[in-house]
Design a protein around this ligand. Structure first.
Ligand SMILES: *Cc1c(COP(=O)(O)O)cnc(C)c1O
Length: 373
């Protein structure tokens, strides 16, 4: 008799659908036998990592025979100093996705609920279901809202119950690029019962230029149930190293520290992140490239008569006016990898990460050509 190993898995795990990542360049080129492709599919930094991070990595290579500092002392201290909190409030993760997972594993389980918005980042249901919890999805803003398809605070609140233990808020959200301003987000968090942990996912915070975009790390003392997550994968250009962090009150940080693996972040990741954090020039250049690139892509979509979602992140969603899957495949043949987002409830849209000016031009040309087919 053959055994059904899926049926043996935990109920929450059985219901999981694997996360679909952006297609790697190597995979595309192997599959199609093409060269010189570009990937604008996973919101990576088109300028690459900070030269100072690369230098630190080279100097740190000989350390890899030894286990890393599991407490991440140097990096946590630098993050804490920047934020103005105690290092005991910082939790390092293998990407900020791991902080989301640690939070779910620590606070969720069967009979408990996670709340998040429709069109929110795909990792929230993954970690909540894997922990055995139920997901309560709140309706998003209407299409004609100033933040189309963005999080709707009152609808999020309406989804909460006594069983809610974790609320995920992406600010800005991926893939919609929408965000909540200081007043709206603060009022929302203040309305959430303190028995629910509130995760504000700020993977793209460094790109946002709006003056009323909140720095939620300043609210940690006001909200003991708050966890702010950030990453070195996006503006810092270190996605391949897997390093991110959460900042919270020391009590929640202590809980996350209990569930994490003792050596969850590698020594090279810690070394590079520390150098990247200190490279203000690279961060500024990356932000400037992004602001220009967003405008370039938006202008290109407009010229092609394609509606798009205004975004403050390093990506932008364009509505191609038909099922986007075929357009996506045609763009792949032209060596441009973007991201179809039917899984986010947008079958007619593609998400395009901001590249260099030349990459943005190439993506716009490929899009135009793909639409002719
Ligand atoms: C990319 C992303 C993350 C984090 O990715 P890591 O590489 O795991 O740090 C978190 N949240 C959102 C919304 C993202 O888009």
């Amino acid at each position: 008799m053959t055994i059904d190993y899926l049926a043996l898995a935990q109920p929450g795990v059985q219901g999981l659908k694997p996360y679909e990542p952006g297609k790697p360049i190597e995979t595309l080129e192997r599959e199609l036998g093409i060269r010189d492709s570009i990937k604008l599919a996973s919101n990576e930094n088109p300028l690459g990592p900070s030269p100072r991070a690369l230098e630190a990595l080279r100097a740190g290579l000989d350390k890899i025979a030894l286990y890393p500092d599991g407490a991440g002392h140097a990096l946590k201290s630098a993050i804490a100093e920047r934020i103005g909190c105690d290092p005991a409030c910082v939790t390092l993760g293998s990407g900020s996705s791991e902080i989301l997972d640690l939070t779910a594993r620590a606070y969720l389980g069967p009979g408990l609920e996670a709340v998040y918005s429709e069109h929110a980042f795909a990792v929230y249901p993954l970690v909540a279901q894997a922990a055995g919890a139920e997901c309560k999805v709140a309706p998003a803003n209407a299409a004609d809202d100033v933040q189309p398809y963005g999080h709707h605070p009152d609808k999020l609140l309406a989804r909460m119950s006594a069983r809610t233990r974790v609320v995920f808020i992406a600010n800005p959200n991926n893939p919609t690029g929408t965000w909540l301003n200081e007043a709206a987000l603060r009022a929302l968090i203040a309305s959430i019962p303190e028995t629910a942990v509130v995760v504000v996912d700020e993977a793209y915070c460094e790109f946002v230029e709006a003056p009323d975009y909140p720095d939620t790390t300043r609210w940690l003392e006001d909200f003991p149930n708050l966890i702010v997550t950030r990453t070195f994968s996006k503006i810092h250009g270190l996605a391949g190293l897997r390093i991110g962090y959460g900042v919270s009150g020391p009590e929640i940080a202590d809980v996350l520290n209990r569930v994490r693996q003792p050596f969850n972040t590698g020594s090279l990741a810690q070394i590079a992140a520390l150098a990247a954090l200190r490279d203000g020039t690279h961060i500024r250049l990356s932000r400037e490239n992004n602001t220009l690139g967003l405008a370039q892509l938006a202008a290109g979509f407009k010229a092609q008569g394609l509606p798009y979602l205004p975004s403050v992140g390093n990506f932008i969603c364009v509505d191609v006016g038909r099922t986007a899957a075929a357009v996506y495949r045609r763009m792949l043949e032209l060596g441009v990898i973007v991201r179809p987002i039917a899984n986010y409830g947008f079958p007619n849209c593609l998400r395009i990460s901001v590249g260099t000016p030349a990459q943005n031009d190439r993506a716009l040309a490929a899009l135009q050509q793909a639409l002719l087919a």
